[in-house]
Design a protein around this ligand. Sequence first.
Ligand code: GSH
Length: 418
Amino acid sequence: PHERTRICTLRKMDTRALRNPYSDYDGNPASTQSLFDTQGRLTPEFSQRLSSKINELMSVMENGLGSADPRDCTTYTGWTGIALLYLHLHKVFGDSSFLHKAYEHVSHALQSMTRRRDVTFLCGDSGPLAVAAVLYHRLQRPQEADDCINRLMQYHEAVVKGSGTLPDELLYGRVGFLYSLLFINQQFGQDKIPLDYIQQICEAVIVSGDHQSRRFRVQNQTPLMFEWYQEHYVGAAHGLSGIYYYLMQPGMVSSVEQLHRVVKPSVDYVCALKLPSGNYPPCVGDDRDLLVHWCHGSPGVVYMLLQAYKVFGGAGYLEAALQCGDVVWRYGLLKKGYGLCHGAAGNAYTFLALHRHTGDPKHLFRACMFADWCMNYGRHGCRTPDTPFSLFEGMAGTIYFLADLLQPMRAKFPAFEV
Ligand code: GSH
């Protein structure tokens, strides 16, 4: 009976993915020669192929954006996401026209903010403000950069104190605001936002998680628990693994003792939710092995596992992360398309993270194969996303990934990885 369930669950994931047509890395350096050298540097031929596909998709995207919602300011589906793509292209290609395009799009976003309804980088007002601050900084307009940061920091107190209704997750909650502060510090290359403001948010997240663990009477299983819309989500976007990824970043939790006493057992609780396939459920108590997305499942949980391995050590975390890679390789070419949140590009970042952590060429090879799939954009009969050109659902995200692959060791999942 156990075997039968296992087969059924594997079939479920199959319903969401197209068969992976590529042969896996065979350990033979000859099979990667046309893609990258022994140092993991892409060959001029493969780089050229990526770059010309980026150009081609950029003009499709720019055309398509003509019919995008003019009032969507968000990073997830709106204009800040497009600005972030241009900022990224500026970093990769160094062409200053990308910076001006980014500025144009974020200015547009600043005109239609959610007016404090949402506070996060991905779905709220801190995204446009943080990206605008960085662009003003790059354009050497320090006064305007500081104005944006001051406006952003007006949300800080509400995020820390929070009403009981403010969640903690990435898309709508506290760590989604936290990301904006980390983004600013990283892009400015200095602690523009002092560390204690950042730690105050982490402390508020821990207080909230401790409270919820007691409220749901799971404190014997996990010191922290988080809820979003009456569910205990597990994935990177709405769930536990996304929150713990941030709590494990250097300096976030001020005491090492607290990190070991509170965060580590909470991470271990997520590890124990692993399904027989190596994937993770969307919610605690929902064992459907169906979703292999960055937002739900192994392609998002992998970042928590790799960070846990880095911080706590323990081969178990690394093994589980490698298993995420195998799940994504097998089930990651999604019928939903080529996007970041629930598509092939977002899934491919799993391999880039594994490659960066292990140096094993197998993962870079897999990322290149997923890029090949993405370069055949639109030829697999996949679904067209609701916002076809946006950063998180659509083509902008695919372009972001292809550009990141040009410098694989520097690649980071946008609006999430730090
Ligand atoms: N609106 C999205 C698009 O057009 O790309 C599709 C919605 C979607 O895929 N949502 C993700 C999901 O996991 C979460 S962000 N949905 C549930 C499912 O696929 O069963």
